[in-house]
Design a protein around this ligand. Structure first.
Ligand code: NAD
Length: 241
């Protein structure tokens, strides 16, 4: 496995015109937002994989909403960390910077990134399962679970669940950016959720230098050019200097 060199990757980032950062739940872990996998990934003994599905919602919308409401409260109490802030600096600095996130927490926006491609939606958006009306709702906790639309139908979180399609417009922009990237940072993702994780492979095939930041190994650790075995909030600020 390649040995990480802070100076070398910092220089790569300074020289590159096209930079992509691909983030997952791990970048928000140091803000106190639980990840799906790893320690703290369970809620009332339920697995995320069993709750973040259309089937789970159809079976028990209240249970699924209780979980989302708990997550919304955690996120509302959280603040962006040094890892999020380093990506703001990168956006300000790189000629062409694309931030692609699997996160639904909105912490990249709150940190100050101007353009965030959200592959899996936004936990602060809610969508009616009947009339399809979509709106922002920042209340946490919500007064009524599950929330009900004016049309009478149950409202769902505006996120992409396992088994659902990604927003097509967002995916095609992300895919193109990955294919053209000179440096591709993969940060805090277990890289097991597809198609999102496939962006790493696309960037690799396109000739990008791949930089992984994660305290654990991922299925892509073997193909990356530089691997930083550490927390995003500690590693990223040292790369954006
Ligand atoms: P995941 O839970 O599968 O994996 C988290 C990864 O982050 C792990 O590989 C872990 O080793 C790593 N990690 C933990 N702490 C870290 C740190 N401080 N710095 C760097 N890395 C760290 O998360 P994922 O890969 O994003 O999983 C996919 C799904 O989880 C996505 O669909 C996403 O929508 C959803 N999710 C989002 C949030 C959020 O918005 N904050 C939280 C949980 C899950």
């Amino acid at each position: 496995m390649p040995v990480a060199d802070y100076g070398e990757v910092a220089a790569l980032l300074r020289a590159a015109k096209k930079v992509v950062a691909f983030t997952g739940a791990g970048i928000s872990a140091e803000s106190g937002v639980p990840t799906f996998r790893g320690s703290g990934g369970l809620w009332r003994n339920y697995n995320a994989q069993d709750l973040a599905t259309p089937e789970a919602f159809a079976r028990d919308p209240r249970l699924v909403w209780e979980w989302y409401d708990w997550r919304r409260q955690k996120i509302a109490a959280a603040a962006p960390n040094a890892g999020h802030r380093a990506l703001v600096t990168l956006e300000e600095r790189a000629a062409q910077f694309t931030l692609v996130t699997q996160n639904v927490d909105g912490l990249h926006d709150r940190a100050g990134n101007r353009r965030v491609l959200k592959l899996h939606g936004d936990i602060w958006t809610i969508r009616c399962t009947g009339c399809g009306r979509t709106r922002q709702d920042l209340r946490a906790p919500l007064p009524e679970l599950p929330p009900v639309c004016e049309c009478g139908a149950v409202v769902r979180p505006g996120v992409v669940w396992f088994g659902e399609c990604l927003p097509p417009g967002v995916w095609s922009v992300a895919e193109q950016a990955a294919a053209q990237a000179e440096v591709f940072l993969t940060v805090g993702t277990s890289a097991v959720v597809h198609p999102a994780a496939g962006l790493i492979e696309i960037a690799h095939r396109g000739g990008a230098k791949i930089v992984e930041i994660n305290p654990d190994l991922t299925p892509y650790s073997g193909i990356v050019d530089h691997r930083f075995h550490g927390n995003a909030g500690v590693v990223l600020p040292q790369l954006v200097v």
